[in-house]
Design a protein around this ligand. Sequence first.
Ligand SMILES: Cc1cc2nc3c(=O)[nH]c(=O)nc-3n(C[C@H](O)[C@H](O)[C@H](O)COP(=O)(O)OP(=O)(O)OC[C@H]3O[C@@H](n4cnc5c(N)ncnc54)[C@H](O)[C@@H]3O)c2cc1C
Length: 453
Amino acid sequence: MAESYDILIVGAGTAGTYFGWQMAKKGYSVAIVERHERERVGTRLDVFHVDSHAFEEFGIPEPERDAPDFCMVMEQSTNYSPEGRYPKVVRYPFHVMRLPPFLQRMFALAEEAGVDFRFSSEFAELTYEDGRISGAKLRKGEDRYEIKTRLVVDASGIGAVVRTSLPEDYGIENFRIGADEKFYVVLRYVTWLDPNQPRTIALDGWTYYKTWLAPSYHERGALIGVGATGSYERAESILSEFFETIQLPPYKVDKTERGVTPYRRPPYSLVADGFVCMGDSACLTKPFSGEGVTSAWRLCMIAAEEVDWALRKEEYLTAGSLWKINERYFKDQGAKFAGILATVPSAANATRKENRYLFRKDVILSEEDFTDMNRDFEIHMTTGKMIKVFVALIVGLLTGDYSWASFKALVRSVAVSGKIRSLYEDYPTDSASLPEWTEKAEGLWREAGVKMG
Ligand SMILES: Cc1cc2nc3c(=O)[nH]c(=O)nc-3n(C[C@H](O)[C@H](O)[C@H](O)COP(=O)(O)OP(=O)(O)OC[C@H]3O[C@@H](n4cnc5c(N)ncnc54)[C@H](O)[C@@H]3O)c2cc1C
């Protein structure tokens, strides 16, 4: 006999656990199945960053200063040109945290609210009734069991095990996130050799290489990171190029961490009958940094409100009754992310010389720009700033510091980015209009030159 829960979540990462906690607090019965044993969850990463304002925004208790998940508050970051010049300081606080103990704290909060965690349990397949999802079959060691539910949530991370198992015609894209649609991150945890080296308390970034130096969890430590498209080999080779130019104080490497984040547009719909996907399984990472924790919580919050509303009215949640999740997400954060993602090809193609010039002239990399990007996911351009950028680019063209090819690519990408953002802001109010909308979106993504499945 199958057990029964209102909500079944696959994956106890930051997205699944947060959503489960929200739903349990609203009084629903929630099971979260997680393939790893409790202590192993989240150990694929160690140190991660959370925007400091996120704790209040998402109602998560801030860690105590002596708690195992807290490292420090990083008050500012500085971005540099490829040779480490023209610093742009950004005062925007992040909490530097440790993921495994943070998740353990989240598990305790969720359990207190009534979530039933099933660790060491793996999702095997979905079950259907009358062609619609009715639950899932799960594996725990040699045991097999089944859970019936009103809603299955895919929060299984970049593998998207549930979404990718759905039939082609279920009303949601079932693509796998391809090798060329990932951001390959390599992190070296280092200890400074000089005992007098001041503690690394802020982040330094070099946008040309997509490398950074960040605080670690101990006094004499730091993290040297790089993110690249393509492969880990490419990320490592960029890191070598970076080390050839930028001199860091002497250090020893304690450990190297490698991981991938999605780097592609989300599915055009995040919901289907009896189903919703969130977190990395839905490609919700910030296109400008690859971070995905808080951006997923935004969708989780919307989904918690809409699922609660729908469950009060209906026994079974159809795509129609969940549609507001799509609408609210894509019209706001989704539209901003889509607009930024469309500019990635032109930004990524800027040469070393051009990147240096943009820093020197304070064109698009001023303090306000980075702050806006972190806080609002968009850059607020005043007319004065726009004129300044335009003049700098024209001067760059005349002096040869900026090429015509890059200028044309930039103008094209800004135009298509605006169109993509507007289209997402005009996301359809019902599933019947999705095919027509999708056709327009496909055309714009092609125009942007972003490879999208
Ligand atoms: C090196 C690196 C550094 C990063 N740093 C940051 C950062 O500083 N800030 C930030 O915001 N983001 C960061 N990110 C991105 C962030 O880690 C992810 O966006 C986020 O963790 C995704 O959360 P999630 O819950 O969607 O997925 P996950 O954390 O991947 O959780 C999914 C869970 O599902 C489980 N699962 C998978 N398959 C099954 C199955 N078949 N059955 C049962 N369970 C299953 C997994 O075991 C896992 O526990 C970083 C990523 C990398 C790679």
